[in-house]
Design a protein around this ligand. Structure first.
Ligand code: HEC
Ligand code: HEC
Ligand code: HEC
Length: 126
């Protein structure tokens, strides 16, 4: 068993350091109306401002955790535990990624290549 006491602040610190410039600049993200609402409205993995500006960094961190470190669980800033899984976690709440992820990406000119392998979003980007 690892000592969660030491791991959690480490993660939060890591994420804050990585996203500080983006949080400060607001990520330059254009607001998009009419995104598909999440099924579970209790809240995201991290808070909305963090997610809006830094979900891409959270996802690369998740990928490295899963594939390089073999870690399949993430402890959020508020201490909730989430399975590290696009499909099992992100898409369980954002169940209509075409009208959530893709819709916002389109407006903001972001074109993640993830859908080449991960079913659900970013598919068919010309
Ligand atoms: C070339 C194919 C490929 C591409 C492109 C790709 N992935 Fe993956 N990804 C994989 C494979 C294979 C796994 C391992 C699945 C497993 O072991 O559960 C994985 C696992 C993951 C995981 C952890 C487990 C899971 O099922 O969610 C995350 C998070 C993830 N990838 C994010 C991304 C993101 C974000 C992008 C785009 C920036 C991306 N991947 C692009 C192939 C790919
Ligand atoms: C338990 C349900 C749940 C899970 C799991 C979840 N989300 Fe969320 N997500 C939400 C809710 C609810 C909101 C709106 C939060 C708010 O308004 O405070 C949200 C907001 C967001 C936003 C900001 C949208 C905007 O309008 O600014 C992004 C981006 C996002 N989520 C991406 C993700 C990604 C990527 C994952 C997986 C790593 C994920 N979410 C996992 C429920 C979830
Ligand atoms: C509110 C708008 C918004 C929503 C909703 C959103 N994204 Fe994004 N996403 C962006 C923006 C803007 C970028 C580009 C940011 C940048 O380049 O710094 C981006 C970039 C990404 C990237 C990195 C792409 C790259 O090529 O580096 C990934 C991966 C990603 N988003 C995954 C997701 C997933 C998965 C969801 C749905 C669960 C989602 N996003 C929902 C706005 C959004």
């Amino acid at each position: 068993m690892y000592n969660a006491k030491y791991i959690v602040p480490g993660l939060v610190l890591f994420l804050l350091v990585f996203s500080a410039p983006f949080l400060l600049s607001g990520g330059g993200t254009r607001i998009v109306q009419d995104l598909a609402p999440p099924l579970d409205k209790s809240g995201c993995v991290e808070d909305r401002l963090f997610m809006a500006s830094s979900h891409m960094r959270l996802l690369s961190f998740w990928r490295d955790q899963a594939l390089r470190e073999g870690k399949r669980e993430y402890v959020s800033g508020s201490g909730k535990v989430f399975a590290i899984s696009l499909r099992g976690t992100c898409f369980s709440c954002h169940a209509d990624p075409a009208n959530f992820c893709d819709k916002c990406h389109l407006v903001n000119g972001a074109r993640p290549y993830c859908g080449d392998c991960h079913q659900g979003f970013g598919e068919g980007r010309g």
